[in-house]
Each structure stands twice: as C-alpha cells, then as structure tokens.
Design a protein around this ligand. Structure first.
Ligand code: CA
Length: 230
C-alpha cells in the first residue's frame, strides 16, 4: 500500500484529500505547515508527497528544495493556487515531479498520482537492470568493457556518461525527468542542479549525435527532461 504525505494548511482541503486518498487505498500522513511536513518527509518513508505552495512560515518551494536535498528520489506533486507559468517552472526546476493547479478535481489528482508513481516504478526497475551492449544510429556501446564508438571511431565517455546513457537506453521511448537522471547518476552526493543535467546532456549529444543541435536520439521534452529514441 502506497504511503502519501500531504502538506497543506487549509484544514478542509487537507481533510478532503486525506479522505479521498484513504478511500482509494492509500495510507495517508498529514502536516499542516511546511516545517512539520519537511520533518516528516525526511524522517519517515513515503512513496509520494503532495505539497501545497502557499504555506505559512516555510513555503512549498523551500520545502520541495529541502526534501530533494535529502531524498532526491521521493516524488513530489505540488499543489499550486496560481496558474502562473513561472510557478510551475520554478516548482519543476526545484525538483517537483508534477503539479496540479487549484482548484483541481480529485479524479485529476488521482490520475496524476498514479502517473507519477508509474514513472517512479519504471525508474526503479531501470536502475536495477544491467545492460551489456547496445547499438543505435552509428553508435556502439559496450557497458561491460566501458567502450564506445561512433562510425567506428572511439568515443571517450566518462563513467557518468556511460551511466546516463545506459539509464536512458533502458527507458527508451519514455519521458525521463531531470530528477531521475540526478538520482541515478549523482545519487545523494553534493546536490547538483537540474542545470548540471542539461550541461551533461549537451556534452553527451556532441559525442553521440551527428548534429548535436538537431538530436535524433537524445530528445528534449519541454520543462520535464529528455527522451531517448534509437
Ligand atoms: Ca495553502
């Protein structure tokens, strides 16, 4: 049974969400301010966090940032009262996995929760799987020997580049968030920004794409991350 933490200061909304999620079979823990929510998120195990943006004291963006510093793989859906594009972008840049704009229907929220959890599961499975060799376009990669070539010319990949590429190949065709990449490659060490991921991908494209500016394999997915196609 999936365990969800809801951080929301509006008592009636918090209660309503709790009831609805429990009815759907989720185990629910609640917090009515950011500080308390952060503490629970860090100290207990959850499968997902629903996080309001406008909270007294510590706001949702700060809570999101702090949670991701300590538990990058814990998925967060932001509940935002504003439909401002800048809020959505900021939330996603700070590591949120998705957002819903208030007022939202419970059906929409449940669908988002399921979608995020499905993504998280695919992420976990991909992390555990091991690849041997793979070919795409003119590129050949041997993940066992850590060797790669394009048009039969050696490519010098760093260990991290091998890791990113392997992960992307294992999730071929799926949308891969920057968070997923951060988690699989950088893990819990010094927290790099999502910008680090973008720089990394840019370098990777130069090595595997014939035209890095018009990539055929490592595609961008607007405001979310990337998609690998063979
Ligand atoms: Ca609020």
């Amino acid at each position: 049974m999936a365990k969800v933490l809801i951080i929301e200061d509006e008592v009636s909304l918090l209660k309503g969400l709790q009831d609805n999620l429990e009815e759907e079979g989720y185990k629910v823990v609640t917090a009515s301010n950011g500080k308390m929510g952060l503490e629970k998120a860090v100290n207990e195990n959850f499968d997902l966090v629903l996080l309001d943006v406008m909270l007294p004291g510590m706001n949702g963006f700060d809570v999101c940032k702090e949670i991701k510093l300590k538990k990058i793989a814990l998925p967060i859906i932001m509940l935002t009262a504003k439909s401002k594009e800048s809020d959505k972008v900021l939330g996603l840049a700070l590591g949120a996995d998705d957002y819903v704009t208030k007022p939202f229907s419970i059906t929409e929220l449940l669908a988002r929760i399921k979608a995020v959890m499905r993504r998280v599961n695919m992420h976990r499975q991909a992390k555990e799987k091991k690849l041997q060799t793979y070919k795409f376009g003119n590129v050949k990669v041997d993940f066992v020997k850590l060797e790669a070539s394009r048009n039969n010319k050696k490519i010098n990949f760093s260990k991290r580049e091998f890791d990113i590429l392997e992960y992307m190949i294992k999730r071929k065709g799926e949308v891969i968030s920057r968070n997923d990449l951060l988690d699989v490659v950088w893990g819990y060490e010094v927290f790099p920004t999502t910008r680090t991921v973008d720089n990394f991908i840019a370098r990777l494209r130069k090595k595997v794409e014939d035209k890095p500016a018009k990539p055929k394999h490592i595609l961008s997915v607007r405001s979310v991350g990337y998609r690998f196609v063979a």
